[in-house]
Design a protein around this ligand. Structure first.
Ligand SMILES: CCCCCCCCCCC/C=C/C(=O)SCCNC(=O)CCNC(=O)[C@H](O)C(C)(C)COP(=O)(O)OP(=O)(O)OC[C@H]1O[C@@H](n2cnc3c(N)ncnc32)[C@H](O)[C@@H]1OP(=O)(O)O
Ligand code: FAD
Length: 664
């Protein structure tokens, strides 16, 4: 019997080759095949079931996470999965766990900041998971201000050891994932002190728990910091607290690629920039951008599929009502998010390339592109996560009342996703880093130093400051060069206007603080330009498959024009475009939505998400939403009994009070 598919008609409408689009989304045929295989492997394994997750108590959820992590590790070993496949498997398991920090931060920190001897000693044990590590940087009193950390690592030349100490309550490590209950080791960030001199924050490998009994080592106080936002969600993670009471570690456990302490206690700063101590954060920020496209695509897939099933109003002569996806308001809220998912995918690919490039350069002691890599990873992490967090909530609203049900998948996705706006750098703090980079670039414009990379457009500031947009008809907005110039002109004009305002302050730092809200907007304009330009660059590539490139062009235009419409004030105020040209952009946007409409379901099918990964009744592939919702309701523990627990104690006395009243 053929399986029921409520989306069959929608799928028939698609005007492009879905299989080829799946490959574009995955990045290559190889990536597609790997990811498809691993996703199905996870989906078919009962240990990775997650539909009951939000019902579990914290302790049960945590134990379930340990079980899944252990099972995942067994599968990785048994199937001899590569590092890439193993990462995919963990991400499809879709439950935050200590392993994220072990593989995602502990190992990269040692790789990036350790010497080759330290690599040889620690990495083999870490790769085999004979030790499990976390990244212990943030403290109770300081997260954003890394230079304000208080934990000390004081060198003792008598014993050739560091003494790690938490001198105040606020110096307690607070938040590191995997620290609370699991990690045997941590890369701890502490102030290095030699001969009474403070050399700032450095990384140290510290053992926390016994490898035989898992008990904290002497001088170490460690535990979980408590429940976090939402049910299920990030509560599977043991974010921890940690205090040191004069804990001793050998000198060779300081990560010494950036700076060294000699046997005599001499501090040596190598010619590597001190910012490499922040290198792990740059790495993770880059991965967060790719992850943003996955999370956004997931929410959009749910909302799009559901919007095609859901009908409200407009029945004619007893015929079916209108699919809510056909309402123009629904389209104007949903399709820009669909376009953003694709846009973030491509900018994530590019950022991965940039990161690989900077890493290779660093290995060859070329540090020239580090500031650009920092600005791009910080800015794009901030911009993509803020958009995605808001978009998940918008997708919940797009699904009406059923979006609020836990089994829509959206509440948990929201709860698990929103801390990305805070961790790996608060989004505002990171945008201010981008703004600093931009202001520095503007200040150097007259010096003959040519801006390169993502700020190359500033080298054309003279033209961009006075150019006039030539759009006369709505369709003129489809020209890539017109779109690009509008975004470049807006970004450069906002940057230069801010730089001029900064120049009015006698103390630049006072000016930076006073103008910081405007500087954040400048940084966002620059980041949006990067995303638009990388989408346009993607379209320059040879993209095979019937209609695939055409759909991507439509999505790219939707992405750019919806931003233009949303930030029309910026574009008009800086004189890049006229209000009439803004109205024409909006007119074109409406036409583009009509072109997305028949392809919407296929465009979300291209994400190739399994029903297991989506974890949503509203978003399931076959669209059989109502029957599944009905069946699922009966599985709720409240429906285990017809009369609820507590009836006799609490309900019956109220319901029977009229009898007592009548007797009085
Ligand atoms: C398959 C892989 C899966 C991976 C999965 C991973 C799992 C993810 C789970 C995530 C869990 C969360 C973990 C965490 O949150 S870890 C803690 C993260 N903490 C932060 O991000 C703190 C944010 N704060 C900072 O980064 C810095 O303190 C800040 C940049 C804000 C300021 O630093 P500082 O005061 O030292 O800097 P200045 O402003 O004075 O700037 C000095 C110059 O240094 C440049 N700079 C700053 N940062 C960097 C960097 N990272 N790289 C390069 N350069 C940097 C800055 O631009 C200044 O340059 P100029 O002097 O030229 O202006
Ligand atoms: C789920 C989760 C997991 C985490 N995992 C880890 C981990 O594994 N390891 C680890 O070390 N840390 C971890 N962290 C900590 C995380 O990195 C920090 O919370 C984050 O860097 C933000 O720092 P903060 O908490 O000090 O925020 P704060 O800096 O105190 O931010 C509070 C407010 O002040 C504003 N603000 C701060 N400074 C400025 C400024 N200069 N200008 C303008 N506004 C400013 C911010 O925008 C924000 O609105 C985790 C956090 C969370 C939520």
């Amino acid at each position: 019997m053929e399986a029921l598919d409520y989306h069959a008609e929608e799928r028939r409408k698609a005007e492009f080759n879905l299989d080829e689009m799946k490959i574009v989304w995955a990045g290559s045929r190889r990536n597609y095949e790997l990811s498809d295989r691993v996703a199905r492997l996870v989906a078919s394994d009962p240990v990775f079931r997650k539909d009951n997750r939000t019902m579990l108590t914290r302790k049960d959820l945590f134990k379930d996470t340990l079980r899944k992590a252990a099972h995942a590790w067994k599968r990785i070993i048994d199937l001899r999965l590569s590092e890439e496949e193993a990462n995919m498997l963990r991400s499809y398991v879709d439950q935050p766990a200590f392993t994220d920090l072990h593989w995602g931060m502990f190992i990269p920190a040692i790789k990036g900041q350790g010497t080759s001897e330290q690599h040889e000693k620690w990495l083999p044990m870490a790769y085999k998971m004979q030790i499990i590590g976390c990244y212990a940087q943030t403290e109770l009193g300081h997260g954003s201000n890394v230079q304000g950390l208080e934990t000390t690592a004081t060198f003792d030349p008598q014993t050739d050891e560091f003494d790690l100490h938490s001198p105040t309550l606020t110096s307690s490590k607070w938040w590191p994932g995997g620290l609370g209950k699991v990690s045997t080791h941590a890369v701890v960030y502490a102030r290095l002190i030699t001969g009474g001199q403070d050399h700032g924050v450095h990384g140290f490998i510290v053992q926390l728990r016994g490898l035989d009994d898992h008990l904290p080592l002497p001088g170490i106080t460690v535990g979980d910091i408590g429940m976090k936002f939402g049910s299920g969600a990030y509560n599977s993670m043991d974010n921890g607290l940690l205090r040191f009471d004069h804990v001793r570690i050998p000198r060779n456990q300081m990560l010494m690629r950036v700076s060294q302490v000699t046997r005599e206690g001499k501090f040596v700063q190598s010619d590597v920039p001190r910012q490499l101590v922040y290198g792990t954060m740059v790495y993770v920020r880059q991965t967060i951008v790719s992850d943003a496209s996955c999370a956004l695509a997931r929410a959009v897939c749910i909302a799009t599929r559901y919007s095609a099933v859901r009908r409200q109003f407009g029945s004619q002569n007893g015929g079916p009502e209108i699919q809510v996806i056909d309402y123009k308001t629904q389209q104007s809220r949903l399709f820009p998010l669909l376009a953003s998912a694709y846009a973030f995918r491509f900018v994530g690919e590019w950022l991965k390339w940039l990161y690989t490039d900077v890493t290779q350069r660093l290995q060859a002691n070329d540090f020239s592109t580090l500031p650009e890599a920092h600005a791009c990873t910080a800015g794009l992490k901030s911009m993509t996560t803020s958009v995605t967090a808001d978009a998940i909530e918008e997708c919940r609203k797009l699904c009406g009342g059923h979006g609020y049900l836990s089994n829509s998948g959206l509440p948990e996705l929201f709860a698990v996703y929103i801390p990305t706006c805070t961790y790996e750098g608060d989004n505002v703090v990171l945008l201010l880093q981008v703004a600093r980079f931009l202001m520095k670039t503007v200040s150097q414009l007259g010096s003959g130093k040519k801006p390169v990379g993502t700020t190359a457009y500033m080298g054309r500031a003279e033209h961009l400051m006075q150019c006039r947009c030539e759009v006369e008809m709505a369709q003129d907005w489809l020209k890539p060069s017109t779109i690009l110039e509008a975004f470049e002109a807006r970004a450069v004009r906002m940057s230069i206007a801010c730089a001029k305002s900064l120049g009015k302050f006698s103390n630049p730092e006072d000016g930076f603080a006073e103008l910081s809200p405007d500087l954040v907007e400048v940084a966002i304009a620059h980041c949006q330009l990067i995303v638009v330009s990388k989408f346009l660059e993607k379209l320059q590539q040879d993209i095979p498959g019937k209609g695939v490139k055409r759909q991507l062009e439509i999505l790219c235009n939707v992405y750019a024009l919806h931003l233009l419409h949303k930030h029309l004030g910026d574009f008009v105020a800086t004189g890049c475009i006229t209000p009439n040209q803004g109205a024409l952009a909006n007119e074109q946007l409406r036409l583009l939505y009509a072109q997305v409409r028949p392809n919407a379901i296929a465009l979300v099918d291209a994400f190739n998400y399994t029903d297991h990964y989506l974890g949503s009744i509203l978003g399931c592939y076959d669209g059989n939403v109502y029957q599944k919702l009905y069946q699922e309701a009966w599985k709720d523990p409240l429906n285990d009994t017809v009369v609820p627990d507590g009836y006799l104690e609490y309900l019956r006395p109220i319901l029977k009070q009229h009898i007592r009243t009548a007797r009085l």
